[in-house]
Design a protein around this ligand. Structure first.
Ligand SMILES: Nc1ncnc2c1ncn2[C@@H]1O[C@H](COP(=O)(O)OP(=O)(O)OP(=O)(O)O)[C@@H](O)[C@H]1O
Length: 354
């Protein structure tokens, strides 16, 4: 029995199918990110789960109980959900303690106070009980917003881009703390983000959306290393891309042959290679090619290097490699390149909208 379950949920705004047949279940203690580009329907799906948007079609259940299906439609306050938004949405006229106590009206005075202190302690804000939101930093306000959401011990916590207002340096720390606190509480969490790195950092499972649909769902590494299509591969970071044609179940590339058993002869394909899959200075499959260094950029812990591979009579291939070290080589130097095939993908070229 899942803590939260969306089944075949669809939602239109006029003619626009903002959410299109979305099904997604989240277990207690699980952290799931709904990831996708702006306008793909993430927030609408989250609002439907929360009960903030009236369900048009499909079903929403929590812990096996239907909370919305066209007949039933429980309001947000009866759904056992905690909500955290991008702008924290703290009540400005209430102290931190009163903000956190807001959803605890059902508890007696003493118990309420204990719960408020306990929860503020969990997010490291117990010293700010009597402070007002405007006196707090963005990171502190975000912690209080999280405390307010989890204080009633909801079964499900829904977060909508909760870190986008924060300083970049603070974000990783607060992301870490947020996952820890939500896991400690055993809540099922659904977080909306457009940032693939944030999703990879935080999620047990990522559901990636495009044009209202979930195109792939799975653990972060699965989406990164086995993308379902070219859109997913591109969404998780830079890729080198070159065109080829399928011939007798294979695609020939300068780096050797790739099997494409599901494609017909003559099918145009794109070969996608992650920059970190380019192995520099080695032949690993006995198939390496000589390449010329065009440009090297040191990015601190990694280096990004542009190479040119001569491709016989055809156009030269330009390939970016990302290396986990400080690589330095003069432009013009010749080096052998090969590919780590785990991060090399072949997809039909005629993928819609790519
Ligand atoms: N109340 C509304 N009325 C009309 N159209 C809406 C409404 N809310 C959202 N939309 C449209 O529905 C689509 C999905 O919006 P939604 O906010 O769910 O996307 P999103 O993936 O969360 O995007 P973002 O990351 O930019 O918030 C968008 O095209 C948006 O313009």
């Amino acid at each position: 029995m899942s803590a939260l379950s969306l089944e075949n949920v669809s939602h239109n705004f006029g003619n626009l199918a903002a959410v299109n047949d979305v099904s997604l279940s989240i277990e207690a203690g699980e952290f799931v990110c709904l990831l996708g580009p702006s306008g793909c329907g993430k927030t609408t799906a989250l609002r439907i789960a929360a009960g903030l948007e009236m369900l048009q079609s499909g079903r929403v259940s929590m812990a096996g109980k239907v909370v919305s299906d066209g007949k039933v439609d429980l309001p947000p306050e009866e759904r056992s959900v905690g909500l955290v938004f991008q702008d924290y949405a703290l009540f400005p006229h209430l102290s931190v303690g009163k903000n956190v106590a807001f959803g605890l009206k059902h508890l007696g005075r003493a118990e309420r106070r204990t719960r408020v202190l306990e929860t503020l302690d969990q997010v490291g804000m117990a010293d700010y009980l009597d402070a007002y939101p405007h006196t707090l930093s963005g990171g502190q306000q975000q912690r209080v917003a999280l405390a307010r959401a989890i204080a009633p011990r909801p079964r499900v916590v829904l977060l909508d881009e909760p870190f986008s207002g924060l300083d970049v340096r603070l974000r990783n720390q607060i992301r870490d703390e947020t996952v820890r606190v939500l896991k400690e509480n055993g809540a099922a969490t659904l977080m909306v983000t457009h940032d693939p790195e944030e999703a990879m950092f935080m999620a047990d499972r990522i559901a990636i959306m495009r044009d209202g649909r979930i195109v792939q769902a799975g653990p972060p590494f699965e989406l990164y290393s086995r993308p379902a299509d070219s859109f997913v591969a591109h969404f998780f970071g830079d890729v080198n891309e070159f065109a080829s044609v399928c011939n007798q179940g294979n695609v020939e590339t300068p780096f050797g042959r790739f099997a494409t058993p599901d494609l017909i002869d003559g099918a145009a394909v794109n070969v996608l290679v992650r920059p970190e899959a380019v192995v520099v200075g080695e032949k690993i499959n006995g198939t390496g090619v000589e390449a010329e260094v065009l440009r090297t950029r040191m990015l601190g812990r990694t280096s990004l290097v542009d190479f040119r591979v001569s491709n016989g009579s055809k156009h030269d291939l330009l390939i970016k490699a990302r290396m986990g070290n400080q690589f330095s080589a003069e432009a013009g130097k010749k080096i052998i390149l090969d590919l780590d095939r785990r991060f090399t993908f072949v997809f039909p070229a005629a993928h819609p909208k790519n």
